[in-house]
Design a protein around this ligand. Structure first.
Ligand code: HEM
Length: 422
Protein backbone atom coordinates (compact mmCIF):
# COMPACT_ATOMS: atom_id res chain seq x y z
CA UNK A 1 0.00 0.00 0.00
CA UNK A 2 1.30 3.47 -0.85
CA UNK A 3 1.95 5.48 2.31
CA UNK A 4 0.28 8.89 2.71
CA UNK A 5 2.66 11.68 1.70
CA UNK A 6 0.23 14.61 1.53
CA UNK A 7 1.94 16.38 4.44
CA UNK A 8 5.08 16.85 2.32
CA UNK A 9 5.48 19.73 -0.17
CA UNK A 10 4.84 18.73 -3.77
CA UNK A 11 7.81 18.96 -6.14
CA UNK A 12 5.76 21.20 -8.43
CA UNK A 13 5.90 18.97 -11.52
CA UNK A 14 2.96 16.76 -12.63
CA UNK A 15 3.51 13.07 -13.54
CA UNK A 16 5.00 12.43 -17.00
CA UNK A 17 6.28 16.02 -17.16
CA UNK A 18 8.26 15.28 -14.02
CA UNK A 19 9.78 12.22 -15.76
CA UNK A 20 10.59 14.18 -18.88
CA UNK A 21 12.15 17.12 -17.06
CA UNK A 22 14.02 14.89 -14.63
CA UNK A 23 15.51 12.91 -17.52
CA UNK A 24 16.18 15.91 -19.77
CA UNK A 25 17.94 18.23 -17.32
CA UNK A 26 18.55 16.22 -14.17
CA UNK A 27 20.79 18.64 -12.32
CA UNK A 28 18.72 21.72 -13.19
CA UNK A 29 15.55 19.88 -12.19
CA UNK A 30 16.94 18.85 -8.79
CA UNK A 31 18.28 22.32 -8.10
CA UNK A 32 14.97 23.99 -9.00
CA UNK A 33 12.93 21.60 -6.85
CA UNK A 34 15.28 22.17 -3.94
CA UNK A 35 15.25 25.94 -4.33
CA UNK A 36 11.48 26.28 -4.74
CA UNK A 37 10.10 23.47 -2.55
CA UNK A 38 12.87 22.52 -0.15
CA UNK A 39 14.99 19.40 0.45
CA UNK A 40 12.18 16.87 0.89
CA UNK A 41 9.32 16.75 -1.60
CA UNK A 42 6.82 14.25 -2.93
CA UNK A 43 7.02 13.45 -6.60
CA UNK A 44 5.30 11.03 -8.99
CA UNK A 45 8.10 9.74 -11.15
CA UNK A 46 9.07 6.49 -12.92
CA UNK A 47 5.49 5.29 -12.51
CA UNK A 48 5.04 5.67 -8.76
CA UNK A 49 4.79 8.15 -5.93
CA UNK A 50 8.13 8.72 -4.23
CA UNK A 51 9.99 11.17 -2.05
CA UNK A 52 12.88 13.19 -3.40
CA UNK A 53 15.33 13.81 -0.55
CA UNK A 54 18.05 16.29 -1.51
CA UNK A 55 20.96 17.05 0.75
CA UNK A 56 24.00 15.61 2.48
CA UNK A 57 21.93 14.70 5.53
CA UNK A 58 19.54 12.61 3.40
CA UNK A 59 22.48 10.88 1.69
CA UNK A 60 24.22 10.11 4.97
CA UNK A 61 21.07 8.88 6.66
CA UNK A 62 19.91 6.60 3.83
CA UNK A 63 23.27 5.28 2.61
CA UNK A 64 25.12 4.84 5.91
CA UNK A 65 21.82 3.70 7.47
CA UNK A 66 23.25 2.90 10.89
CA UNK A 67 19.91 1.69 12.29
CA UNK A 68 18.61 -0.41 9.37
CA UNK A 69 15.76 1.95 8.55
CA UNK A 70 16.14 1.72 4.78
CA UNK A 71 15.93 -1.11 2.29
CA UNK A 72 17.99 -1.13 -0.89
CA UNK A 73 15.93 -4.04 -2.24
CA UNK A 74 12.72 -2.09 -1.63
CA UNK A 75 14.14 0.89 -3.50
CA UNK A 76 15.63 -0.90 -6.50
CA UNK A 77 13.20 -3.81 -7.04
CA UNK A 78 10.65 -1.82 -9.10
CA UNK A 79 13.48 -0.79 -11.46
CA UNK A 80 15.72 -3.83 -11.53
CA UNK A 81 13.83 -6.72 -9.91
CA UNK A 82 12.68 -8.50 -13.04
CA UNK A 83 15.86 -8.08 -15.05
CA UNK A 84 18.39 -8.67 -12.27
CA UNK A 85 16.73 -10.89 -9.64
CA UNK A 86 19.10 -12.06 -6.92
CA UNK A 87 21.59 -9.21 -7.56
CA UNK A 88 23.48 -8.01 -4.50
CA UNK A 89 21.73 -4.64 -4.42
CA UNK A 90 18.37 -6.44 -4.29
CA UNK A 91 19.20 -8.05 -0.97
CA UNK A 92 19.03 -6.65 2.54
CA UNK A 93 20.06 -7.46 6.11
CA UNK A 94 21.60 -10.83 7.00
CA UNK A 95 20.96 -12.29 3.54
CA UNK A 96 22.81 -9.36 1.94
CA UNK A 97 25.69 -9.62 4.42
CA UNK A 98 26.18 -13.33 3.69
CA UNK A 99 26.13 -12.85 -0.07
CA UNK A 100 28.43 -9.84 0.09
CA UNK A 101 30.93 -11.60 2.35
CA UNK A 102 31.22 -14.43 -0.14
CA UNK A 103 31.82 -11.97 -2.95
CA UNK A 104 34.44 -9.73 -1.35
CA UNK A 105 37.51 -12.01 -1.68
CA UNK A 106 37.13 -11.87 -5.47
CA UNK A 107 37.68 -8.09 -5.20
CA UNK A 108 40.64 -8.15 -2.85
CA UNK A 109 43.17 -5.42 -3.52
CA UNK A 110 45.97 -7.96 -3.98
CA UNK A 111 44.15 -9.43 -6.98
CA UNK A 112 44.08 -6.08 -8.73
CA UNK A 113 47.65 -6.34 -10.04
CA UNK A 114 46.79 -9.55 -11.87
CA UNK A 115 43.54 -8.07 -13.24
CA UNK A 116 45.50 -5.09 -14.46
CA UNK A 117 48.11 -7.25 -16.15
CA UNK A 118 45.35 -9.10 -17.98
CA UNK A 119 43.56 -5.98 -19.15
CA UNK A 120 46.69 -4.18 -20.38
CA UNK A 121 46.89 -5.83 -23.84
CA UNK A 122 43.18 -5.20 -24.39
CA UNK A 123 43.66 -1.53 -23.52
CA UNK A 124 46.78 -1.24 -25.69
CA UNK A 125 44.95 -2.73 -28.67
CA UNK A 126 42.07 -0.28 -28.21
CA UNK A 127 44.47 2.68 -28.09
CA UNK A 128 46.21 1.44 -31.25
CA UNK A 129 42.83 1.56 -32.92
CA UNK A 130 41.90 5.03 -31.63
CA UNK A 131 45.25 6.46 -32.68
CA UNK A 132 44.97 4.94 -36.09
CA UNK A 133 41.51 6.39 -36.59
CA UNK A 134 42.48 9.83 -35.24
CA UNK A 135 38.98 11.03 -34.41
CA UNK A 136 36.57 8.64 -32.72
CA UNK A 137 33.21 8.68 -30.99
CA UNK A 138 34.78 7.98 -27.65
CA UNK A 139 31.77 6.95 -25.61
CA UNK A 140 30.98 4.12 -28.04
CA UNK A 141 34.67 3.13 -28.21
CA UNK A 142 35.07 2.95 -24.49
CA UNK A 143 31.83 1.00 -24.12
CA UNK A 144 33.28 -1.60 -26.47
CA UNK A 145 36.55 -1.64 -24.54
CA UNK A 146 34.88 -2.16 -21.16
CA UNK A 147 32.73 -4.92 -22.64
CA UNK A 148 35.83 -6.69 -23.99
CA UNK A 149 37.49 -6.36 -20.60
CA UNK A 150 34.40 -7.63 -18.79
CA UNK A 151 33.94 -10.60 -21.13
CA UNK A 152 37.52 -11.72 -20.56
CA UNK A 153 38.21 -10.73 -16.97
CA UNK A 154 34.77 -11.23 -15.49
CA UNK A 155 33.54 -14.17 -17.50
CA UNK A 156 36.78 -15.73 -18.71
CA UNK A 157 35.36 -15.87 -22.26
CA UNK A 158 38.04 -16.04 -24.93
CA UNK A 159 36.32 -16.83 -28.24
CA UNK A 160 35.49 -13.71 -30.25
CA UNK A 161 32.12 -15.13 -31.32
CA UNK A 162 31.16 -15.77 -27.71
CA UNK A 163 32.37 -12.32 -26.67
CA UNK A 164 30.21 -10.79 -29.41
CA UNK A 165 27.13 -12.85 -28.41
CA UNK A 166 27.51 -12.00 -24.74
CA UNK A 167 28.08 -8.34 -25.57
CA UNK A 168 24.94 -8.15 -27.71
CA UNK A 169 22.71 -9.75 -25.08
CA UNK A 170 24.24 -7.67 -22.43
CA UNK A 171 23.60 -4.40 -24.28
CA UNK A 172 19.93 -5.39 -24.73
CA UNK A 173 19.66 -6.19 -21.05
CA UNK A 174 21.15 -2.88 -19.94
CA UNK A 175 18.97 -0.96 -22.38
CA UNK A 176 15.91 -2.65 -20.93
CA UNK A 177 16.89 -1.57 -17.43
CA UNK A 178 16.75 2.03 -18.65
CA UNK A 179 13.48 1.63 -20.58
CA UNK A 180 10.64 3.95 -19.60
CA UNK A 181 8.00 1.36 -20.62
CA UNK A 182 8.60 -1.57 -18.30
CA UNK A 183 6.22 -4.03 -19.88
CA UNK A 184 7.23 -6.77 -22.34
CA UNK A 185 5.41 -5.39 -25.39
CA UNK A 186 6.28 -7.25 -28.61
CA UNK A 187 9.22 -5.51 -30.29
CA UNK A 188 9.86 -3.37 -27.20
CA UNK A 189 13.19 -2.83 -25.44
CA UNK A 190 11.96 -4.37 -22.18
CA UNK A 191 10.95 -7.62 -23.84
CA UNK A 192 14.28 -7.77 -25.72
CA UNK A 193 16.01 -7.31 -22.36
CA UNK A 194 14.11 -10.16 -20.74
CA UNK A 195 14.93 -12.43 -23.68
CA UNK A 196 18.59 -11.41 -23.52
CA UNK A 197 18.62 -12.19 -19.80
CA UNK A 198 17.28 -15.68 -20.59
CA UNK A 199 20.12 -16.30 -23.06
CA UNK A 200 22.79 -14.95 -20.70
CA UNK A 201 21.48 -17.11 -17.86
CA UNK A 202 21.61 -20.20 -20.11
CA UNK A 203 25.14 -19.28 -21.28
CA UNK A 204 26.43 -18.86 -17.73
CA UNK A 205 24.53 -21.79 -16.21
CA UNK A 206 26.06 -24.12 -18.78
CA UNK A 207 29.53 -23.12 -17.56
CA UNK A 208 29.21 -23.12 -13.78
CA UNK A 209 30.25 -26.74 -13.25
CA UNK A 210 33.43 -26.36 -15.33
CA UNK A 211 34.31 -23.12 -13.56
CA UNK A 212 33.91 -24.72 -10.16
CA UNK A 213 36.27 -27.55 -11.11
CA UNK A 214 38.74 -25.38 -13.01
CA UNK A 215 41.41 -23.00 -11.74
CA UNK A 216 40.43 -19.86 -13.70
CA UNK A 217 41.05 -16.49 -12.09
CA UNK A 218 38.21 -14.64 -13.82
CA UNK A 219 35.54 -13.27 -11.46
CA UNK A 220 33.02 -15.89 -12.57
CA UNK A 221 35.40 -18.74 -11.63
CA UNK A 222 36.29 -17.05 -8.34
CA UNK A 223 32.62 -16.67 -7.39
CA UNK A 224 31.93 -20.28 -8.36
CA UNK A 225 34.71 -21.54 -6.08
CA UNK A 226 34.45 -19.14 -3.12
CA UNK A 227 33.28 -20.76 0.14
CA UNK A 228 32.20 -19.25 3.44
CA UNK A 229 33.45 -20.28 6.90
CA UNK A 230 30.98 -23.18 6.90
CA UNK A 231 32.28 -24.43 3.55
CA UNK A 232 29.14 -23.30 1.73
CA UNK A 233 29.37 -21.77 -1.73
CA UNK A 234 26.81 -19.98 -3.87
CA UNK A 235 24.33 -22.27 -5.60
CA UNK A 236 24.53 -22.41 -9.39
CA UNK A 237 21.52 -20.11 -9.73
CA UNK A 238 22.94 -17.63 -7.20
CA UNK A 239 26.28 -17.35 -8.92
CA UNK A 240 24.59 -16.77 -12.28
CA UNK A 241 22.33 -14.06 -10.82
CA UNK A 242 25.33 -12.34 -9.24
CA UNK A 243 27.28 -12.39 -12.48
CA UNK A 244 24.42 -10.96 -14.53
CA UNK A 245 23.92 -8.14 -12.03
CA UNK A 246 27.64 -7.50 -11.70
CA UNK A 247 28.11 -7.16 -15.45
CA UNK A 248 25.45 -4.48 -15.40
CA UNK A 249 26.76 -2.77 -12.27
CA UNK A 250 30.29 -2.67 -13.68
CA UNK A 251 29.81 -1.85 -17.28
CA UNK A 252 27.97 1.39 -17.92
CA UNK A 253 29.35 2.91 -14.73
CA UNK A 254 32.98 2.31 -15.69
CA UNK A 255 32.25 3.41 -19.25
CA UNK A 256 30.72 6.59 -17.90
CA UNK A 257 33.68 7.29 -15.59
CA UNK A 258 36.22 6.75 -18.37
CA UNK A 259 34.30 8.92 -20.81
CA UNK A 260 34.03 11.81 -18.35
CA UNK A 261 37.71 11.66 -17.38
CA UNK A 262 38.71 11.75 -21.05
CA UNK A 263 36.14 14.49 -21.73
CA UNK A 264 37.39 16.65 -18.84
CA UNK A 265 41.04 16.21 -19.80
CA UNK A 266 40.19 16.79 -23.46
CA UNK A 267 38.64 20.11 -22.49
CA UNK A 268 41.47 21.05 -20.12
CA UNK A 269 44.57 19.50 -21.71
CA UNK A 270 46.93 20.98 -19.07
CA UNK A 271 45.79 18.12 -16.82
CA UNK A 272 46.94 15.56 -19.39
CA UNK A 273 50.53 16.36 -18.42
CA UNK A 274 50.20 16.37 -14.63
CA UNK A 275 50.79 12.78 -13.89
CA UNK A 276 51.60 12.11 -10.26
CA UNK A 277 49.57 9.34 -8.67
CA UNK A 278 47.79 11.86 -6.47
CA UNK A 279 46.89 13.98 -9.48
CA UNK A 280 45.40 10.96 -11.19
CA UNK A 281 43.40 9.97 -8.13
CA UNK A 282 42.08 13.52 -7.78
CA UNK A 283 41.24 13.78 -11.47
CA UNK A 284 39.10 10.67 -11.18
CA UNK A 285 37.48 11.88 -7.96
CA UNK A 286 36.68 15.20 -9.58
CA UNK A 287 35.22 13.58 -12.69
CA UNK A 288 33.06 11.35 -10.49
CA UNK A 289 32.01 14.36 -8.41
CA UNK A 290 30.84 16.35 -11.42
CA UNK A 291 29.44 13.38 -13.30
CA UNK A 292 28.58 10.56 -10.89
CA UNK A 293 27.72 7.60 -13.16
CA UNK A 294 24.85 6.77 -10.81
CA UNK A 295 23.42 10.22 -10.09
CA UNK A 296 20.55 9.00 -7.94
CA UNK A 297 20.09 6.08 -5.59
CA UNK A 298 16.83 4.35 -4.63
CA UNK A 299 15.77 3.25 -1.16
CA UNK A 300 12.62 2.38 0.75
CA UNK A 301 12.00 3.39 4.35
CA UNK A 302 11.26 0.25 6.36
CA UNK A 303 9.86 2.31 9.23
CA UNK A 304 8.94 5.88 9.94
CA UNK A 305 11.98 8.18 9.87
CA UNK A 306 12.79 11.87 9.76
CA UNK A 307 14.83 13.47 6.99
CA UNK A 308 15.73 17.17 6.96
CA UNK A 309 13.02 17.68 9.58
CA UNK A 310 10.29 15.95 7.53
CA UNK A 311 8.41 12.83 8.57
CA UNK A 312 8.79 9.96 6.10
CA UNK A 313 6.26 7.16 6.64
CA UNK A 314 7.23 3.47 6.60
CA UNK A 315 7.02 2.00 3.11
CA UNK A 316 7.98 5.26 1.34
CA UNK A 317 10.16 4.90 -1.75
CA UNK A 318 12.90 7.50 -1.81
CA UNK A 319 15.27 8.96 -4.35
CA UNK A 320 18.48 10.44 -2.97
CA UNK A 321 20.91 12.22 -5.25
CA UNK A 322 24.71 12.09 -4.93
CA UNK A 323 24.69 14.34 -8.02
CA UNK A 324 22.85 17.12 -6.19
CA UNK A 325 25.09 16.99 -3.11
CA UNK A 326 28.27 16.75 -5.16
CA UNK A 327 27.28 20.00 -6.89
CA UNK A 328 26.00 21.72 -3.77
CA UNK A 329 27.77 25.07 -3.10
CA UNK A 330 27.25 24.40 0.60
CA UNK A 331 30.09 21.85 0.37
CA UNK A 332 32.01 22.67 -2.78
CA UNK A 333 33.70 25.87 -3.90
CA UNK A 334 32.57 26.87 -7.40
CA UNK A 335 30.87 23.46 -7.65
CA UNK A 336 30.38 23.27 -11.42
CA UNK A 337 34.06 23.82 -12.21
CA UNK A 338 36.48 20.96 -12.98
CA UNK A 339 39.12 21.52 -10.33
CA UNK A 340 40.90 18.35 -9.10
CA UNK A 341 42.94 20.36 -6.58
CA UNK A 342 39.87 20.68 -4.38
CA UNK A 343 40.65 17.11 -3.24
CA UNK A 344 44.27 17.94 -2.34
CA UNK A 345 45.34 18.16 1.33
CA UNK A 346 45.29 21.98 1.34
CA UNK A 347 41.57 22.17 0.54
CA UNK A 348 40.12 18.68 1.12
CA UNK A 349 36.62 19.88 0.29
CA UNK A 350 35.33 16.29 0.28
CA UNK A 351 35.88 16.21 4.03
CA UNK A 352 33.38 18.96 4.70
CA UNK A 353 30.62 16.38 5.18
CA UNK A 354 30.86 12.55 5.40
CA UNK A 355 28.33 12.25 2.58
CA UNK A 356 29.55 15.14 0.44
CA UNK A 357 31.21 12.75 -2.05
CA UNK A 358 29.43 9.42 -2.59
CA UNK A 359 29.74 8.33 -6.23
CA UNK A 360 30.27 4.77 -4.98
CA UNK A 361 27.50 5.00 -2.41
CA UNK A 362 28.31 4.23 1.22
CA UNK A 363 27.49 1.92 4.10
CA UNK A 364 26.52 -1.74 3.69
CA UNK A 365 25.83 -1.46 -0.06
CA UNK A 366 28.86 0.58 -0.99
CA UNK A 367 30.18 -0.47 -4.38
CA UNK A 368 32.17 -3.72 -4.17
CA UNK A 369 33.82 -2.93 -7.49
CA UNK A 370 35.22 0.46 -6.45
CA UNK A 371 38.90 -0.55 -6.37
CA UNK A 372 38.47 -2.50 -9.56
CA UNK A 373 36.82 0.45 -11.31
CA UNK A 374 39.48 2.90 -10.12
CA UNK A 375 42.23 0.57 -11.26
CA UNK A 376 40.63 0.20 -14.69
CA UNK A 377 40.25 3.96 -15.18
CA UNK A 378 43.82 4.47 -13.99
CA UNK A 379 45.11 1.80 -16.39
CA UNK A 380 43.42 3.41 -19.40
CA UNK A 381 44.45 6.90 -18.36
CA UNK A 382 48.08 5.95 -17.85
CA UNK A 383 48.28 4.12 -21.16
CA UNK A 384 46.61 7.03 -22.95
CA UNK A 385 48.91 9.62 -21.39
CA UNK A 386 51.98 7.69 -22.37
CA UNK A 387 50.99 7.43 -26.00
CA UNK A 388 48.56 10.19 -26.90
CA UNK A 389 47.36 13.73 -26.50
CA UNK A 390 43.71 14.35 -27.13
CA UNK A 391 41.17 17.09 -27.52
CA UNK A 392 37.42 17.09 -27.57
CA UNK A 393 36.58 17.78 -31.22
CA UNK A 394 35.67 21.36 -32.07
CA UNK A 395 31.95 21.90 -32.44
CA UNK A 396 31.18 19.51 -29.58
CA UNK A 397 28.35 21.01 -27.59
CA UNK A 398 28.27 19.43 -24.18
CA UNK A 399 24.82 18.02 -23.54
CA UNK A 400 25.12 15.61 -20.68
CA UNK A 401 22.46 13.01 -19.88
CA UNK A 402 22.85 12.03 -16.23
CA UNK A 403 20.07 9.46 -16.04
CA UNK A 404 19.88 6.55 -15.83
CA UNK A 405 23.67 6.31 -16.11
CA UNK A 406 25.71 9.37 -17.07
CA UNK A 407 26.73 9.80 -20.70
CA UNK A 408 27.25 12.65 -23.16
CA UNK A 409 24.13 12.83 -25.34
CA UNK A 410 25.04 12.32 -28.99
CA UNK A 411 28.39 10.74 -28.08
CA UNK A 412 31.77 12.26 -27.42
CA UNK A 413 33.94 13.09 -30.45
CA UNK A 414 37.58 12.98 -29.40
CA UNK A 415 40.67 13.55 -31.53
CA UNK A 416 43.74 11.51 -30.56
CA UNK A 417 47.29 12.31 -31.67
CA UNK A 418 50.26 10.08 -31.00
CA UNK A 419 52.93 11.48 -28.73
CA UNK A 420 56.25 10.07 -27.64
CA UNK A 421 56.56 8.74 -24.11
CA UNK A 422 57.62 11.32 -21.53
C1 HEM B 1 33.07 4.04 -11.73
C2 HEM B 1 32.46 2.88 -11.66
C3 HEM B 1 31.38 2.54 -10.66
C4 HEM B 1 30.53 3.36 -9.97
C5 HEM B 1 30.44 4.87 -10.03
C6 HEM B 1 29.69 2.51 -9.15
C7 HEM B 1 28.71 2.97 -8.30
C8 HEM B 1 28.03 2.17 -7.40
C9 HEM B 1 27.11 2.66 -6.41
C10 HEM B 1 26.71 4.11 -6.20
C11 HEM B 1 26.64 1.59 -5.73
C12 HEM B 1 25.69 1.62 -4.54
C13 HEM B 1 24.23 1.60 -4.98
C14 HEM B 1 23.30 1.70 -3.81
O1 HEM B 1 23.73 1.92 -2.68
O2 HEM B 1 22.09 1.55 -4.03
C15 HEM B 1 27.24 0.41 -6.29
C16 HEM B 1 27.00 -0.88 -5.88
C17 HEM B 1 27.55 -1.99 -6.47
N1 HEM B 1 28.52 -2.02 -7.46
FE1 HEM B 1 29.37 -0.40 -8.31
N2 HEM B 1 30.06 1.20 -9.36
C18 HEM B 1 31.08 1.18 -10.27
C19 HEM B 1 31.76 0.07 -10.73
C20 HEM B 1 31.50 -1.22 -10.34
C21 HEM B 1 32.23 -2.37 -10.78
C22 HEM B 1 33.45 -2.33 -11.71
C23 HEM B 1 31.63 -3.47 -10.21
C24 HEM B 1 31.99 -4.92 -10.31
C25 HEM B 1 33.08 -5.36 -10.82
C26 HEM B 1 30.55 -2.99 -9.39
C27 HEM B 1 29.71 -3.79 -8.67
C28 HEM B 1 28.79 -3.32 -7.75
C29 HEM B 1 27.96 -4.19 -6.94
C30 HEM B 1 27.96 -5.72 -6.95
C31 HEM B 1 27.18 -3.35 -6.13
C32 HEM B 1 26.16 -3.77 -5.08
C33 HEM B 1 26.81 -3.78 -3.71
C34 HEM B 1 25.88 -4.19 -2.59
O3 HEM B 1 24.67 -4.12 -2.75
O4 HEM B 1 26.40 -4.60 -1.55
N3 HEM B 1 30.49 -1.62 -9.50
N4 HEM B 1 28.11 0.79 -7.31
Amino acid sequence: MTPALAHLPHCGHPPILADLRFLRDTLGFLRRVHERRGPVTRIFVFGRPQVLALGAEANARTLFDRDDAFSAAGGWTPLLGELFPGGLILRDGADHRRHRRLMLPAFRRDRLGEHRRQMQPIIDAAIDDWLQRGQVEFHGCVKRLTLDIAARLFLGVRLQQEIDDVARDFIDLVQASAALVRYPLPGGAYRRGLQARGRLVRFLSARVAARRDGDGDDLFSLLCRERDDDGMHYTDAEVVDHMVFMLMAAHDTTTSALATVVMALGEQPQWQRRATEDDDANILREALRLYPPLPTIARMATREVELHGCRIPAGTRLIVAPLFVQRDPQWWTDPDRFDPERFGPARAEHRRHPAAWTPFGGGAHMCVGMNFAEMQVQAVLEALRARARWTVASGFRKDYAYLPIGRPRGGLPVRFDACSIG
